[in-house]
Design a protein around this ligand. Structure first.
Ligand SMILES: Nc1ncnc2c1ncn2[C@@H]1O[C@H](COP(=O)(O)OP(=O)(O)OP(=O)(O)O)[C@@H](O)[C@H]1O
Length: 252
């Protein structure tokens, strides 16, 4: 099969807040099959970029996915276009079970999917998502009792049942144990083969282990892009991170 690769094309993306340019003429291409990391010091504009792509921040420029320009769409329309995201703080329904959370997330495409329901009552795509994110044994637990890492996996599971072909994840491993981070990285690798995945991350060990490509942002702009090795050897990147360290030390 010669399936055509999916990609998200971002051109000249700019977000301004009352004259402050948080994202400044960013060009970025996210390709299916590569786990793409967005890194950069605090305030670099990473989350704002994802907000702009997902309809949560007004922006100018172009964000094309397939034949759709995502800019100007409402958040729910972006989801319907196949683009999903997670937040730094998990946004699951705490009182509802894992299964109910997944079922609600699946409502986005309910009509098309009701035809595929399994006989036992749990839709096959929900079963697949539970399995993919390793929450089968916890499916009847209220989401509120899940550990932090498990909530992040549930959110990723919710993106799977939404059939998100593009996933934008905001610091998914923050607060996770080393083992949970490893499992999350493996999960991203598995689901990333058929999807377009971009991950905002500060944990450089995680980035080093799981990144296929890294884009470094600084002060709203793309500073550089490359493999982990290229990024680590880049003088400008070292200066940006050194600057932050020195500044942090000064304020400590
Ligand atoms: N709604 C807003 N109104 C005004 N300024 C904002 C708003 N949202 C973000 N900013 C500013 O835009 C800049 C970029 O913020 P953003 O959260 O995108 O950075 P980031 O790279 O994601 O940082 P972090 O790694 O700390 O999450 C920051 O200076 C922030 O204060």
């Amino acid at each position: 099969m010669n399936a055509q690769l999916d990609y998200v094309e971002i051109r000249d993306l700019t977000v301004e807040f009352d004259g402050f340019v948080a994202v400044d003429s960013v060009d970025l291409t996210l390709l299916q099959g590569r786990v793409h990391f967005l890194i950069g010091p605090n305030g670099a504009g990473k989350t704002t970029l994802v907000d702009a792509v997902t309809g949560l921040a007004n922006a100018s420029g172009l964000v094309r996915y397939g034949s759709t320009d995502l800019l100007g769409l409402k958040p729910h329309q972006v989801v319907r276009a196949g683009v999903g995201r997670t937040f730094q703080t998990a946004t699951v329904f705490e009182q509802l079970t894992v299964l109910q959370n997944l079922d609600i997330a699946g409502g986005v495409h309910r009509k098309a999917r009701s035809m595929m329901r399994a006989r036992r009552g749990i839709p096959s795509y929900v079963e697949e998502a539970l399995d993919a994110v390793g929450l089968v044994d916890l499916r009847d637990r209220p989401a509120g009792v899940l550990a932090h890492g498990q909530k992040q996996w549930l959110e990723i599971g919710m993106l799977l049942v939404q059939d998100a072909k593009v996933m934008l994840l905001d610091e998914p491993v923050a607060g996770m144990s080393a083992e949970e981070r490893e499992e999350t990285g493996e999960l991203l690798r598995r689901i990333g083969t058929e999807r377009t995945i971009a991950v905002i991350e500060h944990d450089m060990d995680f980035v080093r282990t799981f990144a296929d490509v890294v884009t470094v942002m600084h002060a709203g702009k793309v500073l550089t892009e490359g493999t982990v090795a290229e990024i680590q050897a880049n003088q400008k990147v070292q200066e940006v991170y050194l600057g932050r360290t020195v500044e942090g030390a000064t304020h400590a």
